[in-house]
Design a protein around this ligand. Sequence first.
Ligand code: ZN
Length: 159
Amino acid sequence: MNYKKITVDYTNLPEWVTFLRNDLNLKGIGVGLIHLKSGKGYRFLHKHKEQEEVYFILDGQGIIHIDGEDVAVSKGDIIKIDPEGKRALKAIEDSDLVALCIGGIPKEGYPQNPDSMSLIDDGIPDYDNPPHWYANDKDVINYLKNLKEKKHPKLKNKL
Ligand code: ZN
């Protein structure tokens, strides 16, 4: 089976950080769900050797202390921190902070194409077999045929 599915309650996460590496058998990315109770924060700063991190603030308000600066964050904010950035999170006094943190390690040779429009440009599209919900859609089939025939400028070097 080429997937793992879990379900969590974002409104009732365990306190501190829940790492999903084992639950999802992750190898190339790190994912953590963060729940800081109001007024609570990380007890130490940290940085990374190589890992880039992106924090998605899902609910509440807090601060992310980065290299001596307190950056205010609230629901909807997305903040990327370079490996060298020394950081720690804290919820403000009257609001819990709920966040998703995703980390990844750079791999030599990526991005392969700076114009790539994908997460990480190692995608291998299948233009011959559309998803079953478009299996009989002539427009989609034609669109995929055009992509396969390299009419899409961004794909000229990819196929
Ligand atoms: Zn980190």
